[in-house]
Design a protein around this ligand. Structure first.
Ligand SMILES: Nc1ncnc2c1ncn2[C@@H]1O[C@H](COP(=O)(O)OP(=O)(O)OP(=O)(O)O)[C@@H](O)[C@H]1O
Length: 283
């Protein structure tokens, strides 16, 4: 007898469309985006300002709703849930790390880490919490309050909090945006370890090519569309790819390339522009 095991991505969106506003203020922030975030993969989302990165993350995490298309956490379609179930799902199956740490100032480090479990009425898994505290290197700070910690330490608490409930996926929104490079590297190293040792799915929005280089894959958004991806990124290759957004109209990505090729064959004296070397940063 064969057993069919259905494998779901930790999170995914299918044909996602998000429109804000109406009439002249109407903005299509996501324009038919389909993407999967598998377990055991660290995915970075990059793109120019306004390209839809936060919108994609918020819709994938059930913090905002799609105009059309669907978003799933595991096999659960978020659009099928009422507000109460959606809140429960976010609490139980998603970990969040924000740029501004978002710790509760009156709680100790340990209380902050176990807060999502306490809110869910779930008993914390003691050995697991201890192991997390060990990994994030805060064993001697457990009774401290957030104000008594550096920014990097606070963000490490936030990472431990995000992992405390063994969520299906961790969404990190600019997690290193407020940190110096050393603290940022520590936080990214923690997220990397969660992927490598726990098979965690991590999805991170970032503007920083160095941060993105910690990921397994970088997805590039432009004008609400997924326009490129890069496996095994390096900071230099990501930077090159991002520079290409500054020098040409990404909406006409393919058309521009075709135009350039056609022009090159027509007139070899045509001046070189950024479009001609656009493949240099690609995977
Ligand atoms: N609540 C909102 N109401 C109206 N328009 C919005 C809203 N949120 C985002 N937008 C618009 O949707 C588009 C995508 O915004 P989004 O914040 O997702 O981009 P982003 O890539 O995360 O940008 P940034 O890098 O600057 O944070 C932008 O044009 C933005 O102005």
């Amino acid at each position: 007898m064969s057993v069919v095991v259905e494998l779901h991505a930790a999170a995914r969106v299918a044909d996602a469309v998000k429109v804000y506003g109406i009439g002249e203020t109407r903005v299509r922030a996501l324009d038919h985006v389909s993407v999967e975030f598998p377990a055991g993969r660290f995915t970075a989302i990059m793109g120019p300002s306004g390209s839809g990165k936060s919108t994609l993350m918020h819709c994938a995490a059930g913090l905002d709703t799609l105009t059309a298309g669907s978003a799933f956490i595991g096999g659960t379609e978020l659009g099928s849930l009422n507000d109460r179930r959606l809140t429960e799902l976010r609490r139980e199956r998603i970990g969040f790390v924000f740029q501004s740490f978002n710790l509760v100032p009156t709680l100790t480090v340990r209380e902050n880490i176990t807060l999502p479990l306490d809110l869910a009425g779930a008993a914390p898994d003691g050995p697991w919490i201890d192991a997390l505290i060990d990994v994030v290197g805060l064993g001697d700070r457990l009774r401290h309050r957030p104000a008594e910690l550096s920014g990097g330490q606070q963000q490490r608490v936030a990472v431990a909090r995000a992992l405390a409930g063994r969520p299906q996926v961790v969404f990190a929104d600019e997690p290193t945006g407020n940190l110096d490079s050393r603290s940022g590297a520590e936080v990214l190293g923690l997220l990397r370890r969660a992927v490598d040792t726990m098979g965690q799915a991590v999805v991170m929005v970032t503007h920083d090519p160095t941060a993105a280089a910690h990921a397994d894959e970088v997805l590039f958004l432009a004008d609400g569309r997924l326009v490129d991806s890069m496996r095994e990124p390096t900071a230099d290759r990501v930077l090159d790819r991002m520079k290409a957004f500054d020098t040409r109209d990404t909406r006409a990505d393919v058309d521009t390339r075709v135009d350039m090729e056609a022009r090159d064959t027509r007139d070899t004296r045509a001046p070189l522009t950024a479009g001609t070397d656009e493949g240099s940063g690609r995977a």
